[in-house]
Design a protein around this ligand. Sequence first.
Ligand SMILES: [Zn+2]
Length: 156
Amino acid sequence: MTVVAADVVVCEVCGKKNRVPAAAPGIPKCGNCGAPLPWIADADDRTFAEVVDQAGLPVLVDLWAPWCGPCRMVSPVLEQLARRYAGKVKLVKVNVDEAPQVARRFAVQAVPTLLVTHRGHVIARQAGAAPEPALRQWLDNALAARASTSTPPPPP
Ligand SMILES: [Zn+2]
């Protein structure tokens, strides 16, 4: 049973509006043209396991706080990356003020702290804001590292 709300996402390819739940098996695709949709969701202590740990694709976790200036600068960059990597990565924002258990689990010392996780494991971690090219490179490296460590698909 899902406890998290759905969000309306406009398809980058055909412009159709799609309802995308914060947690679902697989990858959200446009109901009209089949293109993968950007997946951006929020999570807190209550929903983190469902929205992040159980996701079938790598998750870029943005641990932020409302009082943090650099967080406000990095947030649109992350949303841009989520659109660019639609179908490859899910962006989940966690307000650490409202998610003390998540903050403790990842020993968050400063915000923003950015994580790439897959199936509950941290693949990459970045503390503090960074410009878009640096974040994109960091995310690329994290996704490449995951691809090289995961078991190859069985031969056809
Ligand atoms: Zn579409």
